[in-house]
Design a protein around this ligand. Structure first.
Ligand SMILES: Nc1ncnc2c1ncn2[C@@H]1O[C@H](COP(=O)(O)OP(=O)(O)OP(=O)(O)O)[C@@H](O)[C@H]1O
Ligand SMILES: [Mg+2]
Length: 349
């Protein structure tokens, strides 16, 4: 390959000799390191990666082909800051150069780390809440039963108002407690399914409930079937779509409420810890008022709600179900456009 072709790439590429010295850099590499080709040529490439001794020796081993490919997350100096990058070093055989080094800026990884971090936080919170809910459940049952007995004993009808309140409130709390306990991290029951079946079911549930909303389907018909837990994915998508519908219908200034289900295939994505060669991206987009800014960064956390009637469990449950499938759930929101994106690795049959 003519080295000039490397200049067309947006990834930084450096070609090294057997001593690990830089012989060629492409334009993207000049931009990344903020210096010219002439400045970099002849330098030891390992010097670009900071002065970790272990890394330097591994680097030379990699140049000499001891590993297939060395991949390493690192920071490189650019201007006056450090930029996180991912470096891949590929030893070359029967070529004019000993190794090819590829350096990518990793905003994408950083984003995913954040996702993972958030996912873990939410999982930990849910666990705490679940334990708490278990603690509440038993005494609550006792309170309700005692109130019922008391109700039977009360001669005066006027006093029964109080026991009725106790029973009704105990029931309300029991309902919340049940919702908190619900998913319990049971193992998934996976069957072959098509994501469009899930969307269609949600559309049939949400459509009649919110008849003023226009619903558009933008499906990628080429999406293959994959293995997933249908009831959980249904619940996740339903929670997201119902939120969107509620936000639009409860917004006094809303015009032409519109909900879009969009599906796409994505290739070579990194999800949580795992790279997936194929994934489905389901976007649920609405033109409502947007997630209130004060809760946007914690919208997936349990008990976070922006609605008077909300319990704040819908999205945390949706996220839990998506994580159980090895996927991620993301949200972009501003007034007039909110998108929840569910990215699921495709585990083919
Ligand atoms: N599409 C959306 N547009 C605007 N706000 C949203 C949207 N989706 C979620 N939200 C906001 O995020 C909050 C949290 O949603 P979540 O589903 O977790 O709880 P909830 O809807 O309040 O209660 P629950 O789902 O448990 O009945 C909502 O209360 C709402 O303020
Ligand atoms: Mg909800």
């Amino acid at each position: 390959m003519d080295v000039a072709a490397y200049d067309l790439l947006s990834t930084a590429v450096l070609l090294l000799d057997a001593e690990g010295r830089i012989e060629y850099v492409n334009t993207a590499a000049e931009e990344l390191f903020g210096v010219s080709h002439r400045h970099l040529a002849g330098q030891n490439a390992a010097n670009l990666l900071g002065d970790d001794d272990g890394l330097q020796s591994r680097f030379m081993d990699a140049v000499h082909g001891k590993f297939g490919v060395l991949r390493q997350p690192l920071k490189v100096r650019r201007g006056d800051g450090m930029v996180p990058v991912s470096v891949a070093l590929v030893p070359l055989r029967n070529e004019a150069w000993a190794a090819l080094m590829e350096v990518r800026v990793v905003e994408h990884h950083a984003l995913l780390d954040r996702h993972q971090q958030l996912g873990k936080e939410v999982a930990a919170q849910r666990e705490t809440l679940r334990n708490l809910a278990h603690e509440v459940k038993n005494p609550l049952g006792g309170i309700r039963a005692a109130a019922q007995l008391l109700e039977g004993e009360l001669a005066e009808a006027g006093l029964r108002e109080y026991t009725t309140v106790i029973i009704a409130e105990a029931d309300r709390l029991a309902h919340l407690v049940d919702r908190l306990i619900a998913p319990q991290g049971d193992s998934l029951h996976k069957t072959p399914l098509n994501i469009h079946e899930v969307c269609e079911r949600v559309r049939m549930l949400v459509g009649p409930e919110f008849s003023s909303i226009r619903i558009t389907r933008d499906y990628d018909a080429s999406l293959p079937e994959f293995l997933g837990d249908f009831p959980r994915l249904l619940q996740a998508v339903l929670n997201i779509a119902r939120n969107a519908a509620q936000a639009m219908t409860e917004n006094p200034a809303q015009q032409d409420p519109h909900l879009i289900f969009r599906t796409r295939v994505a290739r070579q994505v990194l999800l949580c810890d795992q790279p997936a060669s194929l994934a489905v991206v389901l976007s649920i987009i609405d033109n409502g008022p947007g997630v209130p800014p004060e809760i946007l960064d914690k919208v997936f956390h349990p008990l976070v709600t922006g609605r008077a009637e909300g319990t704040g469990l819908g999205l945390s449950l949706a996220q839990e179900f998506v994580l159980q499938h090895g996927g991620v759930l993301e949200c972009d929101s501003r007034p007039g456009r909110t998108e929840f994106r569910m990215i699921l690795p495709l585990e083919l049959r």
